[in-house]
Design a protein around this ligand. Structure first.
Ligand SMILES: [Zn+2]
Length: 83
């Protein structure tokens, strides 16, 4: 089993952020680094999430963002930690 197979199976073929299904997408889903490589994240199963192109592009290398409701800097959703 490849690393990609493992991540896709764990995610049940859905984007781990918006839950859209890869089988209905016209674009291949990415293996997104939860902790970005630019911040020391490793290419290992626990740090990879299946992500649609929209979510992958929007998150880019961020791990936190400003909440528009509170104007506070908050951590982004982490598929391995948050539900
Ligand atoms: Zn998505």
């Amino acid at each position: 089993m490849t690393l990609r197979d493992e991540v896709e199976r764990r995610a049940h073929g859905r984007c781990e952020y918006c839950h859209s299904q890869a089988r209905f997408s016209t674009q291949t889903f990415a293996l997104e680094h939860i902790t970005p490589r630019s911040r020391g994240g490793l290419t290992v199963s626990q740090n990879l999430a299946l992500a649609c192109q929209g979510c992958n592009n929007h998150k880019y290398n961020r791990t936190q963002s400003v909440d528009p409701a509170t104007n506070q800097l908050v951590p982004l959703f982490l598929p391995r930690r948050d539900v």
